[in-house]
Design a protein around this ligand. Structure first.
Ligand SMILES: NC(=O)C1=CN([C@@H]2O[C@H](COP(=O)(O)OP(=O)(O)OC[C@H]3O[C@@H](n4cnc5c(N)ncnc54)[C@H](OP(=O)(O)O)[C@@H]3O)[C@@H](O)[C@H]2O)C=CC1
Ligand SMILES: Cc1cn([C@H]2C[C@H](O)[C@@H](COP(=O)(O)OP(=O)(O)O[C@H]3O[C@@H](C)C(=O)[C@@H](O)[C@H]3O)O2)c(=O)[nH]c1=O
Length: 293
């Protein structure tokens, strides 16, 4: 049986993995929250990795506040870059596989087509720059690693755009949503399931990959879909916002090309529309029943 350590276990992706873990008993899971093991503490890392035989580490620990990162650069780099370097070093020392999650925000968004793994990176905000530095450390230190760049993660857990839209709409608030970015919303449960299968199968096609649901939309398009499925569009106003102000810049286009992923892992990805519908049907039944009444 493989032992899998999940860092940042109470975050969004960590919580999706915990949900799957309840059913996937062929893995010996070890979930550690930031309070139980800080990836920024060498002492914590030594203690955990020294005390247990671990086969895989899924690093879900990260600094993910894109807006705040602009004024907390040191903190963002500490968690997303320096700590990742220490994690990679300890994974090498113990000869285990590191599975790391990175982001579409490593790109500047100037490309018109979907981004390939080989495309030039050029982050335009602090969060993206810190995540890119983390990727580079892993690639310099390890051979046995997977880096999955993903985009616009959402789920029933944690803080995310999907939940913000649902909450605001449920409370009857008018929604003004930007059309300035095009990308792909990705159901974090789909990513968690993919990672679990990868480990169970023992796939050793190590390297850097892009993982997201299929298709592309704007944040406005994503909000529109959520409101349509839940019929909340009958109750709240949704406006396209062409000048929504934010502190951090975001890439105009961050759609990721998934051909390398699909070829290497023989995976059938969900379209983003189907993925959001599935989440609403499985986790928000009451809301949908109400909608069809
Ligand atoms: N969310 C998104 O839209 C996207 C996310 N990603 C990447 O996916 C991964 C997972 O993201 P997601 O689950 O959404 O992020 P969350 O912000 O939901 O979770 C991050 C977790 O990391 C923990 N953490 C922060 N600092 C430390 C630390 N020093 N040691 C240990 N744990 C720490 C946090 O704990 P606490 O709350 O206690 O601080 C939190 O539980 C990240 O690498 C992120 O960069 C990529 C693309 C899109
Ligand atoms: C809440 C809200 C946001 N927006 C805009 C702001 C922003 O441009 C966009 C998305 O807002 P958010 O703050 O939810 O998203 P943001 O923090 O940019 O999300 C990113 O998070 C990191 C962790 C990633 O790695 C990325 O892939 C991406 O998911 O929508 C509106 O236009 N109207 C609104 O009411």
């Amino acid at each position: 049986m493989k032992t899998v350590l999940v860092t940042g276990a109470s975050g969004q992706l960590g919580s999706c993995l915990q949900k799957i873990a309840n059913e996937r008993l062929e893995i010996d899971w070890l979930f550690l929250t930031s309070a139980e093991m800080s990836v920024s503490s060498k002492k914590d890392l030594r203690l955990v990795f020294g005390n247990k035989q671990i086969d895989y580490c899924i690093n879900c620990a990260a600094y993910t506040n894109v807006e705040k990162a602009e004024s907390e650069k040191d903190k963002a780099f500490d968690i997303n870059a320096t700590a990742v370097k220490e994690l990679a070093l300890i994974c090498k020392e113990h000869n285990l596989v590191l599975i790391h999650i990175s982001t579409d925000y490593v790109f500047d968004g100037e490309k018109e087509l979907p981004y390939l793994e080989t495309d030039l990176t050029n982050p335009i905000n602090v969060y993206g720059a810190s995540k890119l530095q983390g990727e580079k450390h892993i690639q310099e230190i390890l051979d046995k690693y997977f880096i999955f760049r993903t985009s616009w993660l959402y789920s029933q857990f944690g803080h995310n755009f999907f939940k913000t839209v649902l909450k605001k709409a449920y409370e009857g608030e008018t929604l003004n949503i930007t059309t300035a970015q095009t990308g792909t919303p990705t159901n974090a449960n789909d990513l968690a399931e993919f990672l679990t299968n990868l480990i169970v199968e023992g796939n050793a096609n190590y390297g850097l990959y892009h993982f997201s649901n299929l298709g592309a939309t704007t944040w406005y398009g994503f909000a529109k879909k959520i409101l349509e499925i839940t019929a909340l569009n009958e109750k709240v106003e949704l406006n396209k916002d062409t000048s929504y102000t934010t502190i951090a810049k975001r890439p105009q286009n961050s759609v990721l090309d998934k051909e390398k992923l699909e070829t290497s892992f023989k995976i059938d990805l969900n379209t983003w529309e189907k993925a959001v519908e599935e989440l609403l049907r499985s986790e928000y039944k009451d809301l949908l029943e109400h909608a069809t009444r």
